[in-house]
Design a protein around this ligand. Structure first.
Ligand code: ADP
Ligand code: ZN
Length: 815
């Protein structure tokens, strides 16, 4: 049978389906649908919004369904990104539609809206109008002013009565409904502007109108909002002048300012010799094809300045620049510095933007209005058709890994995009990931080094203190060594600032029943609850479960003898207040910095030195620059060391180096007191000597011995469900299926190791039991061949409904 459509179209639908679909393009839409535009298509019994990818992949044999609508006048992502989306979907074994949905800002999702309007002609032609109830009159009255949505009509008749009423009116032929697509919240924001009508000069005006008219005429054109700021009741005066035919209004598109925070422009300093050399090497590679670099430099060695220089030069050469920064509270130092240097020329893609602001920033990039974008993880999908430079700041940061949904790694995708575009990819860190260090050793990345701090500022001296010596102590503050107390006292005496770091918020992490010894656990997660004393609540840090501390009876013996064991930032704060009553102490963790205001106040206090000691979690370790801090105290360096995860050592090293790096960033030298139960551990030794070579050497040897990344590749198959037994059986079936697959195929897949299933270290989270199977292979291509077979077979396993199976390719968290 011959085709009946002039064109066919390949589309991706936002559903968990691996394949794409071919639709027919009806004559009235032919030639109008470009790749990257949204279309609506019938799918099963539904209609949905999908994305146009290009000409259909199936021939039109007369059985294709038609595209219904194409609301866009242009693509909402550059067609050049389609191969990148396909690569991402194939690599992470995720549906293409899900990848595109993840990449686009929520504001581009079309919402289908039903609109009710009056029928032009009443059926029966001029006969008697049937009698109407008062509610019906009210609805029809409203509709005489034009079509309305359900929500609009619900303002005059309550929703419960409205539904049957609308159906009744429809049956009587008085009303019709139609659906149309609306762009969700992601609409451009328009602002009302006015200008004098040319060629008209005003006759005598009342004084206030006269004054306003002159002001407008002087400006040429001006926003009404701006006039309102200058002149009281400006809007009313404008209306009066409009009525006299003196002013005309027009709409102008404005971009929402994402932070509303003034950032002062800065001036580029002269580069140090080391910086000069690094910049020269990167610029030498710019525009000459794919070229990955790892920039290693201690904290404060001037990496950000290098990003700024290289970015400025790339822009001058007409290339686009993408800068990725880790997700941190508020705005990172790097974002701030880019805004200071480039001002409004940069687009910002930050997680704290509203949906509308995000959409605006996306559009600015898409429309080619800005050559630079700075953003967190998801900005790796920024809609630049071509990129010349991609910077990944703090490339080791785990916030680049997306958990859940499409579990991608933004640093890895940055390299893929860079390769596609022939761009320079500049990864920077003081404590690079083992993966990147290993890639330098294998010759895949070029290495750039900054060995000295700017202006030869000394790195802080680190002093290790053995916590085991404190075991016998009692009383508040027993976890603070004499060395740390002494150092704090000296710092306060000199009028300098100190940071006391502990990677656990709350008051006490292990509330334990003194009568029977049971720990207080979250009923949904089987994890210790943390006491938050200020609010008198127990809280689970995994799922958010909480209950009042007053109800703190032991779940096992019922007695009320809970004692707060363990440490949290609140307890440290309390002890410090007891020891240094004159000091101004603040706490910075996700409890105190939950709001933008709260965090801004804290950062301001630190900058303006109205805070002497700040107690904080890793929130203070990351991304902020406090020149006044000369002492860093690490209360317990071991907290992350014993996590059941092969990267625990790497994370501990990175965290300690980053925290220590907060000391002495200004003119005064800094020092660090590091308390630990494991002073001999090689990681603590290396952190103490700031000998990162020794750390990487030892850690790579350890990974090689145990066959862990970066020497192998991993895939985590996570099986979770509400019932433990059922989930455990499903996990066993998954493991068996993997082993069967390994044995099949004539043994070519035998190189893939199948480990488990085992119960996950966090065995239960938010009421779901968790098991995992780990796949491991030194050869990434083999592993992917294995996975493709596995994805094909998964459906045939027949797992019970409440059990879900998720794939995490290159997992970062194995908990
Ligand atoms: P990093 O990103 O490696 O931590 P930064 O780029 O933030 O280092 O530099 C640390 C400090 O030194 C910043 O305050 C920065 O403004 C300043 N700085 C960087 N490069 C220079 C330079 N060439 N001359 C003077 N000051 C510099
Ligand atoms: Zn919980």
């Amino acid at each position: 049978m011959p085709g009946k459509f002039p064109e066919t179209l390949e589309v991706a639908v936002p559903l968990p389906l691996a394949e794409t679909f071919t639709y027919g393009v009806p004559a009235e839409l032919a030639g109008r649908i470009l790749p990257g535009m949204r279309v609506t298509v019938p799918f099963g019994r539904r209609r949905m919004t999908a994305w146009a990818l290009g000409p259909g992949r199936q021939p039109d044999r007369g059985d294709l369904k038609a595209v219904l609508e194409a609301p866009d006048s242009g693509p909402i992502f550059p067609p050049a990104m389609i191969p990148f989306f396909r690569w991402t979907a194939a690599y992470y074994k995720q549906p293409l539609g899900e990848v595109i949905k993840t990449a686009l800002p929520a504001g581009t999702r079309l919402a289908e809206r039903t609109v009710y309007r009056l029928r032009e002609e009443t059926p029966g032609g001029g006969g008697e109008t049937p009698p109407l109830a008062p509610d019906e009159e009210r609805v029809l009255g409203l509709l005489r002013g034009g079509g309305k949505t359900f929500a609009g009509l619900a303002r005059v008749v309550p929703a419960a009565r409205l539904r049957p009423l609308l159906s009744a009116l429809e049956r009587k032929g008085l009303l019709e409904r139609s659906t149309r697509l609306a762009g969700g919240s992601g609409a451009p924001r328009l602002q009302r502007w006015v200008r004098p009508v040319p060629g008209v000069s005003p006759a005598a005006l009342p004084p206030r109108q006269e004054a306003l008219y002159r002001e407008i005429a002087a400006a040429g054109e001006i926003a009404v909002a701006e006039l309102s700021r200058r002149v009281p009741r400006a809007a009313a005066l404008v209306r009066a002048l409009e009525r006299k035919g003196l002013l005309e209004r027009f709409a102008r598109r404005v971009f929402r300012d994402p932070f509303g925070e003034a950032i002062l422009p800065d001036v580029a300093p002269a580069l140090s010799a080391e910086q000069e050399e690094a910049v020269a090497r990167v610029l030498g590679a710019l525009g000459r094809g794919f070229s990955p670099f790892l920039l290693r430099g201690v904290t404060g060695s001037g990496k950000t300045e290098i990003y700024l220089r290289v970015a400025a030069e790339a822009v001058a050469r007409g290339l686009s620049v993408l800068v990725l920064v880790p997700e941190i509270a508020l705005i990172s130092q790097t974002e701030r510095r880019f805004r200071a240097r480039f001002g409004e020329r940069i687009a910002v893609l930050h997680s704290r933007l509203s949906e509308g602001e995000r959409y605006d920033q996306w559009s600015r990039i898409l429309e080619g209005r800005t050559p630079i974008a700075v953003g967190v993880r998801s900005a790796v999908f920024a809609p630049f058709p071509r990129l010349g430079l991609i910077v990944v700041d703090e490339e080791h940061d785990t916030s680049y890994k997306q958990e859940g949904g499409v579990p991608y790694h933004a640093r890895d995708l940055a390299l893929v995009r860079g390769r596609d575009h022939g761009a320079v990819v500049l990864l920077g860190s003081a404590t690079p990931s083992l993966e990147s260090v290993y890639n330098v050793r294998r010759g895949k990345y070029a290495e750039l080094r900054l060995t000295r701090r700017i202006e030869e500022r000394a790195l802080p001296a680190v002093r290790l203190v053995d916590l085991r010596a404190l075991r016998a102590r009692r009383g508040p503050g027993r976890f603070l060594s004499d060395e740390l107390k002494q150092a704090l006292a000296e710092t306060l005496d000199r009028g300098e600032q100190a940071l006391v770091f502990l990677n656990r918020r709350g008051f006490a992490g292990f509330p334990v029943c003194a009568a029977c010894g049971e720990a207080l656990r979250c009923p949904r997660c089987e994890i210790s609850l943390t006491l938050h004393r200020a609010e008198q609540r127990y809280r689970c840090h995994y799922c958010g479960f909480e209950r009042p501390a007053a109800e703190g009876a032991c779940g096992s013996c019922g007695r009320r003898e809970i004692v707060p064991l363990g440490l949290g930032t609140e307890k440290v704060e309390e002890a410090l207040r007891g020891l240094f009553p004159q000091a101004r102490i603040a706490r910075m963790d996700s409890d105190t910095a939950r709001t933008r205001q709260g965090l801004l106040r804290l950062l301001q206090g630190l900058r303006e030195k109205t805070i002497d000691i700040v107690v904080g979690t890793q929130m203070v370790a990351k991304g902020h620059d406090f020149p006044g801090i000369t002492l860093v105290g690490i209360v317990c360096a071991d907290l992350s060391l014993h996590f059941p995860d092969f990267r625990a050592g790497e994370r501990t090293f990175q965290l300690l180096a980053q925290v220590a790096g907060r000391a002495g960033r200004g003119a005064q030298p800094g020092r660090v007191v590091l308390q630990t139960y494991n002073p001999e551990h090689f990681i603590l030794q290396a952190a103490c000597r700031q000998d990162d070579e020794a750390f990487y050497e030892a850690e790579i040897a350890f990974r090689r011995e145990l066959g862990y990344p970066p020497l192998t590749r991993l895939v985590l198959i996570r099986v979770s469900g509400t019932k433990r037994e059922e989930t455990s059986r499903a996990a066993a079936a998954v493991g068996d299926a993997c082993r069967a697959l390994r044995a099949a195929e004539g043994g070519s897949l035998a190189a893939v190791e199948v480990l488990g299933p085992v119960e996950a270290p966090l065995a239960r989270i938010a009421g779901r039991s968790r098991f995992q199977v780990l796949l491991k292979c030194a050869d990434a291509r083999l592993l992917h061949r294995f996975l493709d077979r596995w994805v094909g077979r998964r459906a045939s396993l027949g797992l019970p409904r409440p059990v879900s199976v998720e794939l995490d390719v290159d997992p970062v968290f194995l908990l």
